[in-house]
Design a protein around this ligand. Structure first.
Ligand SMILES: Cc1cc2nc3c(=O)[nH]c(=O)nc-3n(C[C@H](O)[C@H](O)[C@H](O)COP(=O)(O)OP(=O)(O)OC[C@H]3O[C@@H](n4cnc5c(N)ncnc54)[C@H](O)[C@@H]3O)c2cc1C
Length: 425
């Protein structure tokens, strides 16, 4: 239903967030931001903390997009392999960008502490291999991160992993104690509460229908408009047609999650004894973690059309039982999905169009920590310190080949090859 959150375990378990007014009439602001996900709200908080007047326009509700639906796995780095960033900007700057991704993780913990946001944060994340070639890939990655980025991760062999996650499917784990997981809707709504407390004006049900560029950009909605010194686009995969030069740089890809019925503490802990978040390293990956009320949240189905796949619940249950055979027959109480904003090289696409229009997109399924950083970096640039945003802008981005009509079929063909590779090698 328009204006409601999608039915999900997150929407069912987050406290009520008061509805915000719809924009009517004309407002003035130093900065106007399109989108009330983590990117937009993080930008708003940074700017309001610095004393600027900020308006956020949200087409639906706070956290309605990917920020309120995600797998909740908050991980270092970006959506692409760090080596791609190194190729683009050189090792020294790649190291800087990597360090800033860690700042994105620290920002989550810092904001939760500063603004009293309870979002069920749990430490620890593991990338797990299924095949011998994955072990080699993960160990090479571990070496690269340790040697070039001063970021040591732990390698667990199969026995160590089985001590906390008894499981026949995975051959070991690359573990990071600094990454972790959270309840993404509670976190996003917590950011919105913080922003409101700082005087940010948030309007819901206020879809931007047009951006008029100029010395003082204007965001127009059906019932109102906001004129501002600086405009920020933080609409992720859900925005389209507002800045057409950005649209072909990303591709919306559907991804899906299920939440089981409550398993009870004993049964849940028997699955993942240390409560870490887990993701395998297949191209079409499975990722999962426990919820605070002892469900398994299991994600693992992507779709390259904009339609939800058929029999989603059955597919997720089958994939889940492949990982945890003891969950065969367990009910999925909730199944939902959302869109990722994949860039062609999966690297972050952040920058500006002209002197007063800023954007951040291309989080490529790796946005929980990076979105907070994007907000901070855009806010710095608006306040006259563009060094970090300019560094991100140096990463080159190409349009998806085939234009609007063909990019989906071409991506489907590419993904079919990667899935085949997952299955065969
Ligand atoms: C199912 C799923 C699982 C994921 N799992 C993970 C994970 O485990 N770990 C991880 O790091 N990342 C994950 N991601 C990615 C991560 O959630 C996103 O990268 C991140 O939340 C993007 O935040 P955002 O604020 O940029 O965009 P969003 O949260 O999508 O916010 C954009 C907002 O803009 C609004 N909007 C769009 N157009 C307009 C308009 N014209 N006018 C006004 N408002 C508009 C939308 O309504 C939306 O609320 C996942 C994503 C999905 C969908």
């Amino acid at each position: 239903m328009s204006g409601s959150h999608v039915r999900s375990w997150y929407a069912a378990s987050a406290p009520d967030f008061p509805a915000q007014a719809t924009l009517e009439g004309t407002l003035q602001a130093d900065v106007c931001i399109l989108g009330a996900g983590i990117t937009g709200l993080s930008t708003a908080i940074e700017l309001a903390e610095a004393g600027l007047s900020v308006v956020v326009l949200e087409a639906q509700r706070v956290g309605w997009g990917a920020s309120g639906r995600s797998g909740g796995q908050a991980i270092f780095g970006f959506g692409c392999d760090q080596s791609k960033i190194t190729q683009a900007v050189g090792l020294a700057d790649s190291k800087r960008l990597f360090d800033w991704s860690l700042e994105g993780l620290a920002l989550i913990k810092g904001r939760c502490a500063q603004y009293g946001i309870n979002c069920d944060w749990r430490d620890m994340h593991a990338h797990v291999p299924i095949k011998p070639r994955h072990i080699t890939e993960l160990k090479n990655w571990q070496n690269d991160l340790a040697e070039n980025f001063d970021y040591p991760l732990q390698w667990w062999d199969r026995e160590q992993l089985q001590a906390v996650m008894p499981n026949q499917r995975y051959l070991g784990a690359l573990v990071d104690t600094n990454s972790g997981h959270l309840h993404p809707l509670k976190y996003t709504q917590g950011l919105a509460r913080a922003a409101l407390g700082l005087g940010v004006r948030i309007f819901e049900q206020s879809k931007v229908t047009q951006l008029v560029r100029g010395d003082r950009p204007v965001f127009k909605t059906v019932h109102g408009q906001v004129q501002c010194d600086f405009a920020v686009l933080a609409g992720n995969a859900y925005v389209h047609g507002i800045a057409p030069e950005l649209d072909d740089k990303i591709m919306p890809v559907g991804t899906y999650i299920g939440a089981t019925e409550p398993l009870g503490e004993t049964r849940a802990k028997a699955l993942i004894g240390n409560d870490m978040a887990v993701a395998d390293v297949n191209w079409a990956l499975d990722y999962f973690r426990l919820s605070a009320d002892h469900r398994l949240l299991f994600g693992g189905r992507a779709s390259y059309s904009t339609l939800p796949p058929p029999d989603l619940s059955g597919t997720l249950r089958r994939r889940m039982a492949r990982v945890f055979p003891t969950l065969e027959g367990v009910k999925m109480d909730y199944v939902w999905g959302g869109f990722l904003d994949i860039s062609l090289n999966r690297a972050p696409h952040w920058g500006r169009l002209g002197s007063n229009l800023y954007f951040a997109q291309g989080f490529s399924g790796h946005g929980i920590a990076a979105t907070g950083l994007a907000g901070r970096v855009m806010a710095e640039a608006i306040r006259g310190q563009a060094g970090r945003l300019d560094m991100f802008s140096r990463i080159p981005h190409r349009n998806f080949p085939g234009g609007r009509a063909l990019r989906t079929p071409l991506l489907v063909a590419a993904m079919a090859w990667f899935k085949l590779r997952d299955a065969l090698f």
